[in-house]
Design a protein around this ligand. Structure first.
Ligand SMILES: [Fe+2]
Length: 194
């Protein structure tokens, strides 16, 4: 349950009007990377693109930290896009532990509880993993080196979950092996601009 490419692009354009910012370019880059990796690894590249494009859609509702997760989840569920909603929920955590979030908790008690409950109930698959991964290479102006991007997040938010960091580096190797090519070549790091 997720929108078409065209519908997803319209949702992002609309969201960008409500709350313009660096997150829009980041979302486009994430979608691009997800599409490429999915293509080369035999996953559904259209689905990967759409889920990548919408993972931060909760930012439509203003500048926020943890709240962009609950806002995105609620928004996508309200449109019937369950898969996109799940990605809004899972992309910022390592596994099902809400404590792995990097950033401020600006959610209400109810919102925090909803995130905790839904996250625990969620069955994650290779698309959750893929979007978590592309989040770690998607910059505002293009594809970033994975270490630079994780260090950048760490410097802006104060920390980066060590398990998540290790997992992203493991995924890089995993995808490269599966694709039979260098990650940055696959996502056209040198040339792609959102
Ligand atoms: Fe993101």
């Amino acid at each position: 349950m997720y929108p078409t490419r065209e519908e997803a692009e319209i949702l992002l354009i609309d969201a960008a009007k409500c709350n313009p910012g660096a997150w829009v370019g980041h979302s486009k880059t994430a979608a691009h990377c997800a599409e490429r990796i999915a293509f080369y690894t035999g996953m559904d590249s259209e689905k990967a693109y759409v889920l990548g494009l919408l993972h931060d859609i909760g930012r439509k509702f203003g500048v926020s930290y943890m709240r962009h997760i609950s806002d995105g989840y609620t928004y996508m569920m309200s449109l019937g896009f369950d898969d996109a909603a799940r990605i809004c929920l899972t992309h910022s955590f390592y596994g099902t532990d809400i404590g792995t979030y990097v950033g401020k908790t600006d959610t209400s008690e109810e919102e925090t509880e909803m995130i905790r409950t839904k996250l625990a109930e969620t069955v994650q698959d290779e698309y959750d993993e893929l979007i978590q991964f592309v989040d770690s290479i998607a910059g505002t102006e293009g594809v970033m080196d994975i270490i630079d991007r994780m260090d950048d997040v760490k410097s802006r938010y104060g920390s980066y979950n060590p398990g998540m960091r290790e997992n992203n580096l493991r995924l890089k190797d995993f995808y490269e092996q599966k694709m039979g090519m260098d990650l940055y070549v696959a996502v056209d790091k040198d040339n792609y601009r959102p």
